[in-house]
Design a binder for this molecule. Structure first.
Ligand SMILES: Cc1cc2nc3c(=O)[nH]c(=O)nc-3n(C[C@H](O)[C@H](O)[C@H](O)COP(=O)(O)OP(=O)(O)OC[C@H]3O[C@@H](n4cnc5c(N)ncnc54)[C@H](O)[C@@H]3O)c2cc1C
Length: 494
């Protein structure tokens, strides 16, 4: 009887987002199988999840009443809250700047930091909420190395099969390698720059480098080995294959297969990274940050842009769009190019079982992180409508599902969930970022980074700052592969 009640309660808790997440699950689970086969697998999975997996974990997974929707990172004091307005009522919103950055997340903070080192004129960053209030302050706290070679290569190859049927098999392979190389090199460079910047500037953001363990399903059990082999052939040694025993030793996770392991991945407090970058940047007289300032539209008026905000009009010669999944709200032409993908996380108090501290842990569908004296867990990547970008609307069903695996994976006997939140990331049709000119004039974009914002944003924002300042540097993000123009009519790169 108790089980019936639990199942009934679970079914009643389902909302629109659970339907979307189910669609994502059906579309991405066993991609090589036919739709009918996938549907069959989905119904078997659903029955098992609702009848067994979640109810069986019911006694182990408790929820505080009420559960807070504040991301665990944002429980800490934001030193830039309501900046600059909170400090005095004398601040006047500027009418002019050389560069306006829209958005104060990873990318906006990166742009401000690099400008403070190289810029000479005024940069103004506009943020509609608070610095780090977007995905930057809602994520899992993993400092990725971007993506690993084998993953990038296979993703590009898969997309080329659809987008470039005119290419021969050999040409597709060559193109996939040609794209994978700069992407991975940029990820490594960005990661190193982050580590150096934290050290040089003394940014206190709880940075710990212990790597990332990524377990595999039975179908994908050979992938870690293939990934290591291809990476090494191409000269990249970060991503390696480890045995299930090593996965247990490093991450404390029980798995039946080999796992992938990134040596260079780290963990941090992502909001402290963003706040820290701004604190350094704001020491420069050339950088200003205005929070609680929403950009409503951007208008090209020839030599300048008019940026219309809730605080008034500001004009600038250059604009950097760092709004990520919010981009289509400001620039309608991005409706099909930058979709908002909802991901969610929860945090709870727990003794942690065998789960190791300071190491990033992923399974094919979930992520875990033992941090801040508790456990962070999460999942999902379902497309939501443009107007839902940035909404905080986590699914309790997904939290319960992920939490049910704490025992089988980590021997965790109990967790008391205190915080549960969601955020949206920017997803492009070919799954790779948009870095470069947005309009063929002086409006730039850093976006489309999906779950890899930390591995892209810091170097990408420096790349854009260098473009604006005409500073020569390596072409980390070749236009051919990273420019948004690849999705607009008449362009066919990959
Ligand atoms: C649950 C979850 C887990 C994740 N885990 C990881 C992880 O472990 N590692 C990792 O690297 N990545 C992770 N990601 C992805 C990562 O957080 C993003 O890639 C990253 O935050 C993108 O940075 P950004 O600066 O481009 O965008 P955001 O951090 O989203 O910042 C955009 C900012 O623009 C502002 N804005 C939008 N529109 C306007 C407007 N009109 N006017 C003014 N301001 C505006 C927003 O308020 C926001 O502050 C995760 C994401 C989520 C949601």
């Amino acid at each position: 009887m108790k089980r019936f009640l639990l199942v009934f309660e679970l079914l009643l808790s389902m909302r629109q987002h659970e339907i979307r997440a189910a669609r994502t699950w059906i579309n991405t689970m066993y991609p090589e199988k036919t739709l009918v086969h996938r549907l069959r697998l989905f119904f078997t999975w659903s029955f098992k999840t609702i009848w067994e997996t979640i109810p069986n974990s019911n006694n182990r997974v408790q929820f505080k009443d009420p559960v807070s929707k504040t991301p665990v990172w944002l429980k800490d004091k934001n030193p830039l809250e309501n900046h600059p307005w909170g400090n005095s009522s004398n601040f006047k919103f500027p009418e002019r700047a050389d560069v306006v950055v829209i958005g104060a997340g990873f990318s906006g903070a990166g742009a401000a930091y690099h400008w403070s080192k190289y810029g000479k004129k005024k940069m103004v960053v506009l943020e509609m909420n608070e610095a780090a209030s977007g995905s930057g302050g809602r994520n899992a706290g993993v400092v990725t190395m971007g993506r690993y070679y084998y993953y990038v290569y296979n993703t590009v190859l898969k997309n080329l099969k659809k987008s470039r049927p005119d290419l021969s098999k050999k040409e597709k392979i060559t193109t996939a390698h040609a794209f994978a190389r700069p992407y991975v090199i940029a990820g490594i460079k960005s990661n190193k720059m982050i580590e150096q910047t934290i050290r040089n500037e003394g940014i206190e953001c709880d940075y710990v480098k212990k790597g990332w363990v990524w377990t595999t399903s039975e179908e994908d059990k050979n992938k870690p080995f293939k990934a290591q082999q291809m990476g090494e052939e191409m000269g990249f040694t970060d991503w390696i294959s480890i045995s299930k025993e090593e996965a247990m030793e490093k991450a404390g996770i029980i798995t039946s297969n080999n796992a992938g392991y990134s040596r260079g991945t780290a963990n941090w407090h992502p909001a402290k990274w963003i706040w820290g970058l701004f604190q350094v940047a704001l020491k420069s007289p050339d950088v200003a940050l205005y929070t609680r300032t929403k950009v409503n539209s951007v208008k090209d008026i020839g030599n300048h842009y008019e940026i219309h905000t809730n605080r008034g009009l500001i004009t600038a010669r250059y604009v950097i769009n760092a709004t990520e999944s919010h981009t289509p709200s400001l620039f309608k032409e991005f409706h099909d190019i930058l979709k908002a993908g909802q991901t969610q996380a929860a945090f709870g108090n727990s003794h942690g079982g065998k789960m190791q501290q300071g190491i990033a842990i992923s399974t094919p569908r979930m992520f875990f992180n033992r941090t801040k004296n508790g456990i962070l867990l999460g999942s999902d990547m379902s497309v939501v409508p443009d107007k839902e970008a940035g909404k905080n609307q986590p699914s309790r069903f997904i939290t319960k599902y992920v939490a049910a695996f704490l025992k089988p994976y980590f021997s965790i006997k109990g967790i008391n969930i205190t915080n549960e939140w969601s955020g949206t990331v920017g997803m492009t049709p070919d799954e790779f970022p948009l870095i470069g000119l947005q309009d063929n004039k002086r409006l730039y974009i850093v976006g489309g980074m999906a779950g890899s914002g930390s591995g892209v944003s810091f170097l990408a924002s420096q790349f854009i700052v260098f473009k604006i300042l005409n500073i020569d540097g390596p072409d980390y993000y070749p236009e051919k592969y990273f420019s948004p123009q690849r999705f607009f009519k008449g362009s066919r790169n990959c």
